[in-house]
Design a protein around this ligand. Structure first.
Ligand code: HEC
Length: 204
């Protein structure tokens, strides 16, 4: 298990370089020109119609502890979706940070606590990108697990937004602190464990 973490640390360094400008951004770097081969395969049928998809509708954003879940209704003929986020209202697809996601929901991880995040979603296929959905906003929870995670856990488990240690309850973290020798020296309060656990939950 320990060995498994080593490539993760290397990957985290690379990811820092790629998304350094976007700071808390959870996903890949920019929204443009990053369509994956999987998306290319999915797009071939849409391509025959030659039409750009319509804008996503029913966009919903729900803030949680250091994260936000963004979902929307699937758009006919779309191969992928791009989520543009900003901490300022009135962002556009030019000013927002793009995150490519292939599904109809996305959890943006590693966000600041008690912060309002604004989202736009577009649909795309080989014919192009739709106009943006209406802007949706949500505020993350006041509870901050990202700060204690960065202090006590990130050196070994990677940054919160790419941590492999996800969906761990308070009891699991306490057990790890007791049983795993390299973690036994950590002095973490119950409140910090509780906040870290909330920030590591991505099952919702
Ligand atoms: C000094 C390095 C180190 C630090 C710091 C550290 N861990 Fe770990 N942790 C490990 C190792 C090594 C393992 C066992 C191998 C594994 O599971 O990857 C582990 C395992 C775990 C596990 C159990 C295994 C699993 O995948 O569920 C949890 C939960 C966990 N750590 C949470 C945390 C949390 C939360 C923090 C911060 C409070 C933290 N760790 C800090 C090294 C560390």
């Amino acid at each position: 298990m320990h060995i498994r973490n080593l490539p993760c640390l290397a990957a985290s360094l690379i990811t820092v370089t790629l998304i350094g400008l976007s700071g808390c951004g959870g996903g890949s770097s920019s929204g443009t020109a990053t369509t994956t081969t999987a998306a290319d395969a999915a797009v071939s049928s849409a391509q025959t119609t030659g039409t750009v998809p319509t804008s996503p509708t029913d966009v919903v954003a729900v803030g949680g502890t250091n994260k936000a879940t963004i979902s929307w209704s699937a758009v006919n003929g779309a191969a992928s979706y791009t989520i543009y986020w900003s901490t300022a209202a009135g962002g556009t697809t030019t000013t927002g940070t793009g995150v490519v996601s292939a599904t109809t929901s996305y959890i943006q991880r590693g966000l600041l606590p008690a912060t309002r995040y604004y989202y736009l979603v577009t649909a795309r296929n080989n014919s192009g990108e739709s106009a943006a959905s209406g802007e949706i906003a949500t505020t993350t929870a006041l509870l901050d697990g990202a700060t204690p995670y960065a202090t006590y856990c990130a050196t070994c488990h990677g940054r919160l937004e790419i941590s492999l240690v996800t969906n761990r309850g308070i009891a699991e973290i306490k057990a790890a602190l007791q049983n795993i020798s390299s973690m036994s020296g950590l002095v973490v309060t119950d409140a910090q464990i509780s906040a870290i656990s909330a920030a590591l939950m991505f099952n919702n």
